[in-house]
Design a protein around this ligand. Structure first.
Ligand code: CU
Length: 582
């Protein structure tokens, strides 16, 4: 089934829904908030389903806090299972961070838990469950913190644009399908027809060796996102595309759009055809304005943009999933009911040898599909793997990338990766990819935001260089759908221990061929992207396949903190660590 057919079917079902869909979102302000978590009946796709809602809606109510206040939030659990609320990107005391089993017990059925948070920041954030499968079933909502000082960003009106992915399937079933067959939701596997046409274009030998190589790795270059539009409906402020969430403007106004990706598994590419966008914040922190035509927003990230529509036309907010199996859509319009064209989706990206970490290896010999997995012991300085003696792909000894350009400290915990059930692939070469737009966005003629463009508006608060460096390999076995750090899953990994007050560097090395949005709770992640003291402060860093990047952390708040991939099913299957600051 082609994605166009899927989208077409959904559109066919949606018009009736569009009539009663809600365009406006509940907003709660002040410094005390009452939230109730309960199941509600919804109809998002044309079929009735049950969602986990906050105060009866999906997404839940927008909370507006004010920097400098202390807020209290009473959260009442009316579910039959435990719940929790995690304030994503908010620097709170650890026992208010809301991750059950770390510095917080969770909220039992029938119980009310009161969060108390001194608000020490501003910007666009969101909140969501950290319990069971609740986030995937609707337990998420936006959070805006207003600046105490005058906001240097000028705008006449603002809208929150919350993107998410909805499935009528039980998420436990989605995960079980992925575990049985990781390509379950991937209808774009290459066929014999593709093979013949590729062979005509690229020659039989090249095509055959390409197929053998991917086959030897049990991988497919069409593995872009694990869960696709085959089961997901992509939502903008809780509404399906045909329901067309609409925000109004008067021509000439500066409109601030606060984009939040509250998806469980979906990375979006966002543009508003006909409008230039100026990026002014990333993950809640001001950045030097960057003019773009399009940006990629990974799961859990937020970006604030200014647009200035100057005439009486409508504009489509178009957020296509990275794998191009569907899109979320809304409209900016000078009056209700006016719509603009929906652009066609871009071509589906394909993973490349660079994504495999094979970019710099000419003449790789393939054709050893049954070669045994080798254990590898990567360490800096042991970069020249003995390639000749190892068959196929599995000899991969990761090489430290020379391209970050930072002076590297001795690694605090040298990482040893064992190929086996938890790791099916290790990138041979990992590189700095911060200036690359990402899979599917190269060469489309549009100006794409990259991480290299993000320059903080203010100098970093902690000028100290790091004392220690920690290396984290992002690893997985795609076939078995197991994900982890350093070749181990959550239960196999010991916590990372930091001393209160110390300054450290975290190095992330992506040995997989998928993006991973890595989120460190409670502490800022200062991305080392070449902007010196003007490093952007982020809470979630999207790491590309075969990418190596680093960020600095000031361990200034004690407690047990979660450090995990924000792709929901990657976290669930092991890509989760505990960081203890004491
Ligand atoms: Cu991941």
């Amino acid at each position: 089934m082609a994605s166009g057919v899927i989208a077409g079917l959904d559109l066919w079902r949606w018009p009736a829904l569009a009539l009663n869909a809600r365009n406006e979102q509940a907003v709660l302000t002040g410094n005390h908030f009452d939230l109730v978590i309960e199941e509600v009946a919804v109809n998002i796709t044309g079929r009735p389903a049950i969602a986990t809602a906050i105060n009866g809606s999906v997404p839940g109510p927008l909370l507006r806090w004010r920097e400098g206040d202390t807020v209290t939030l009473s959260v009442t659990n009316r579910l039959r299972e435990q719940t929790s609320v995690h304030w994503h990107g908010v620097r709170s005391p650890a026992d208010m961070d809301g991750v059950p089993g770390l510095s917080f017990p969770g909220i039992d059925p029938g119980a009310t838990f009161v969060y108390r948070i001194p608000v020490r920041q501003y910007g666009t954030y969101w909140y969501h469950s950290h319990s069971a499968f609740q986030e995937q079933t609707g337990h998420y909502a936006p959070l805006i913190i207003e600046r105490r000082d005058k906001d240097p960003i000028q705008f006449d009106r603002e809208y929150v644009i919350m993107l998410s992915d909805w499935t009528d399937q039980n998420p436990e079933m989605v995960l079980s399908n992925l575990k049985q067959q990781s390509s379950y939701y991937n209808f774009h596997q290459r066929t014999i027809g593709n093979f013949l046409s590729d062979a005509r274009k690229g020659g039989l030998g090249a095509t055959l060796s390409d197929r053998l190589m991917w086959g030897a790795m049990n991988m497919s270059p069409t593995d872009i996102l694990d869960v696709s539009g085959a089961t997901y409906t992509y939502l903008l402020n809780g509404l399906a595309p045909a329901a067309n969430w609409t925000g109004l403007f008067k021509p000439g106004e500066r409109v601030r759009l606060r984009f939040i990706n509250a998806s469980s598994m979906t990375i979006f590419d966002v543009r508003i055809p006909g409008l230039a966008m100026t990026v002014v914040q990333a993950d809640g922190n001001d950045v030097e304005p960057v003019d773009v035509d399009e940006f990629r927003i990974s799961v859990a990230e937020t970006y604030d943009l200014i647009v200035q529509p100057n005439d009486w036309s409508a504009f489509t907010i178009f957020a296509q999933s990275e794998d191009r199996t569907g899109y979320a859509r809304g409209t900016l319009a000078p009056r209700a009911g006016v719509v603009a064209a929906i652009p066609p989706m871009d071509p589906r990206p394909m993973r490349t040898m660079a994504d495999m970490g094979m970019g710099s290896m000419p003449g790789m010999e393939m054709g050893h599909p049954s070669s045994k997995l080798q254990s590898v012991q990567p360490s800096p300085g042991h970069a020249e793997g003995d390639m000749g003696s190892m068959p196929g792909m599995e000899m991969a000894t990761p090489k430290p990338s020379p391209s970050i350009g930072q002076s590297h400290l001795p690694v605090a915990n040298p990482v040893q990766l064992q190929l086996g059930p938890e790791v099916d692939h290790v990138a041979e070469t990992t590189t700095d990819r911060l200036a690359e737009p990402g899979a599917g966005l190269e060469g489309n003629g549009r100006r794409i935001l990259t991480y290299a463009n993000l320059r903080a508006r203010y100098r970093g608060a902690d000028p100290r260089p790091p004392d220690r460096e920690f290396e984290f390999h992002l690893t997985g076995n795609m076939e078995r759908f197991i994900w982890g750090f350093n070749g181990r899953t959550f239960s196999q990994n010991a916590p990372i221990r930091l001393k209160l007050g110390e300054r450290v560097r975290f190095v992330l090395i992506n040995d997989t061929m998928m993006e991973h949005p890595i989120h460190l709770h409670g502490l800022w992640s200062e991305l080392e992207n070449g902007n010196g003291e003007y490093r952007p402060y982020k809470h979630t860093l999207n790491v590309k396949p075969a990418e190596r990047l680093s960020f600095l952390v000031s361990a200034d708040t004690p407690g047990h903190w979660a450090f995990h991939c924000h792709l929901f099913f990657h976290m669930e299957t092991g890509m989760f660590l505990t960081v203890i600051v004491s």
